[in-house]
Design a protein around this ligand. Structure first.
Ligand code: GTP
Ligand code: MG
Length: 413
C-alpha cells in the first residue's frame, strides 16, 4: 500500500501537486473505486442479458404464431384423407363433365348417313298414302319415284307388279306399304348377303393359320385407301396383327396417305422398293405377313377406270402373283363403290368382276349421296354381297353391312 501511495506521489510530483493522503484515505478510495467499478460491470452485463432475453422472447412469439396448430396423435391425417382432399382440389381445378363423352352410335351414323337418300327419294313414297287410297295415278307416281331411286328398272317394275296385288287387300295403308316395301327390298338382297365370310369382320384369336389376304380394288377416288385405314383399325383394335401392302406405286402421295392410316391403326405397311411394280409390292407384303405370322394382309391398289383394259389386266396379274406364295390367296377381292355413282356403278362392278371374280363390295360415301338405293340393284345384278358400308370420313364411319338396318335406315320407320 505504501508503495502504491509512493507511486501515486511520484506521478503527482511530476505534475507539481502535493498529494496529501494517508493510508486510511487510500483504503477508502480504493474500496469506493472497486465498488463503483464492479457495479458498472454488472450493470453492463445485466443490460446485455436483458436485450438478448427480450430478442429471444420476440423470436419465440413469432415462431409460435407462424407454426401450425400442434396435432395430437389421434388427429394424425391418414393417407386416405389426403387423397380425398387432393381429389377435391383436382375436381375443382378441372371442372369437367363427369359423364364420358361418347360419339354417335353406328345406327345413328347410318341413319344420318342415309338421310339424303331417305328424304329425297324413299321418304316421298310414304307421303303418297296420306290421301288414303291407291289409284292408278298413285301407282304411276310410285313407279316414277322408284325409277329415280336407282334400284334398277327391272326391280322397280317387279315391285310395282307386286304392289298392285297388295293394294287390293283390305286396310292397306301407309304403314302396310312401308312394311311391304322393306320386306320386298330385303328379300331381293337376302340370299346374296348370306354368303358373307364373317371372318372379315371378326378376328378370332383362337383361329390359328396363315394370314387372310384381302385385295381392295376400284375406280379412282372411290374410297379404297380410306376404307383400308378404317378396316385395319377395326382389326387391330380386336388384337389382330395386320400387314398392309401399298401397291399404288403410281402416286407417292397415295403411299404417304396410307402410311398415316397404318401408323394410326398400328399396322405394318410394306412399300415399293426402288423400281418395283404393283405386283412386286403385293408379293412382298404377303411374304412379310406370312413370315411375321400376321393375321391379315390387306393390299391397297391404284384406282383405275374399268374401261382401261391394260390396267385391268395388270390388276389380274397382281392377284395371280400372290398364288405363288399362297395358292388360295387372295381370300377376298373387294370392290369399293362410291354410292354417288348410282346406277353407273353396275357397269364398273361388272367389269371388275369379269377381271377379278369379286367376292364382295364395299359401299362408300353413302352420306353424301341420294343414290344409296343403288345397292339393291348392284347386289341383284352381280350376285355379290355388300360387306361394308361407309358413311363418312372418320374411322368409326365404316361398319359391316347389316341388311335389315340398312333398309330400315333407307326407307325410314
Ligand atoms: N363423305 C365420305 N367421304 C369418304 C368416304 N370414304 C372416303 N371418303 C373420301 O373420299 C376421298 C377419296 O378417298 P380415297 O380413300 O383416297 O380414295 P381411293 O379410292 O384410295 O383413291 P385413289 O387411290 O386415288 O384411287 C377422300 O377425301 C376420303 O376422305 C365416305 O364414306 N364418306
Ligand atoms: Mg388410294
Amino acid at each position: 500500500m505504501v508503495q502504491f501511495i509512493a507511486v501515486l506521489q511520484s506521478w503527482v510530483d511530476e505534475l507539481g501537486v502535493k498529494l496529501l493522503v494517508t493510508d486510511v484515505h487510500a483504503y477508502i478510495f480504493i474500496a469506493v473505486t472497486s465498488v463503483v467499478f464492479l457495479t458498472g460491470l454488472s450493470l453492463i452485463f445485466r443490460s446485455t442479458d436483458a436485450v438478448e432475453a427480450e430478442e429471444a422472447k420476440e423470436i419465440k412469439d413469432k415462431s409460435e404464431a407462424a407454426a401450425p396448430t400442434p396435432v395430437t396423435p389421434e388427429e394424425t391425417i391418414s393417407e386416405e384423407v389426403v387423397a380425398e382432399k387432393m381429389d377435391e382440389v383436382v375436381k375443382e381445378v378441372f371442372k369437367e363433365d363427369p359423364v364420358e363423352k361418347v360419339g354417335p352410335s353406328w345406327s345413328e351414323r347410318l341413319k344420318k348417313g342415309l338421310s339424303r337418300s331417305r328424304s329425297e327419294v324413299w321418304g316421298k313414297l310414304g307421303g303418297i298414302f296420306t290421301s288414303g287410297k291407291i289409284d292408278d295415278d298413285a301407282l304411276e307416281e310410285i313407279e316414277e319415284i322408284l325409277y329415280g331411286a336407282d334400284i334398277g328398272p327391272a326391280t322397280a317394275q317387279e315391285l310395282i307388279d307386286a304392289l298392285q296385288e297388295e293394294v287390293k287387300k283390305e286396310g292397306f295403308g301407309e304403314d302396310q306399304f312401308k312394311a311391304f316395301l322393306k320386306n320386298f327390298l330385303k328379300e331381293k338382297m337376302k340370299s346374296v348377303q348370306e354368303n358373307i365370310d364373317s371372318s372379315l369382320f371378326e378376328y378370332k384369336k383362337a383361329e390359328p393359320g396363315l394370314p387372310k389376304v384381302i385385295m381392295i380394288v376400284g375406280v379412282n377416288g372411290a374410297g379404297k385407301t380410306t376404307t383400308i385405314g378404317k378396316l385395319a383399325t377395326k382389326l387391330t383394335n380386336q388384337g389382330a396383327n395386320v400387314v398392309v401392302g401399298a401397291c399404288d406405286t403410281f402416286r407417292a402421295a397415295a403411299v404417304d396417305q396410307l402410311q398415316v392410316w397404318c401408323d394410326r391403326a398400328g399396322a405394318k405397311m410394306i412399300r415399293a422398293k426402288e423400281g418395283a411394280n404393283p405386283s412386286g409390292v403385293g408379293y412382298d407384303a404377303l411374304s412379310e405377313a406370312m413370315s411375321s405370322n400376321a393375321d391379315y394382309c390387306i393390299l391397297d391398289t391404284a384406282g383405275r377406270l374399268h374401261t382401261a383394259e391394260n390396267l385391268m389386266v395388270e390388276l389380274a396379274k397382281s392377284k395371280n402373283v400372290l398364288k405363288k406364295l399362297m395358292p388360295d390367296a387372295p381370300h377376298q377381292v373387294l370392290l369399293v363403290i362410291d354410292a354417288i355413282t348410282g346406277q353407273n356403278a353396275i357397269r364398273q362392278a361388272e367389269e371388275f368382276n369379269k377381271a377379278l371374280d369379286l367376292t364382295g363390295l364395299i359401299f362408300t360415301k353413302c352420306d353424301g349421296s341420294s343414290k344409296a338405293g343403288s345397292a339393291v340393284a348392284i347386289v341383284q345384278k352381280l350376285q355379290v354381297p355388300i360387306t361394308y358400308i361407309g358413311v363418312g370420313e372418320n374411322v368409326e364411319d365404316l361398319n359391316e353391312f347389316a341388311l335389315n338396318d340398312y333398309i330400315d335406315a333407307l326407307v325410314g320407320n
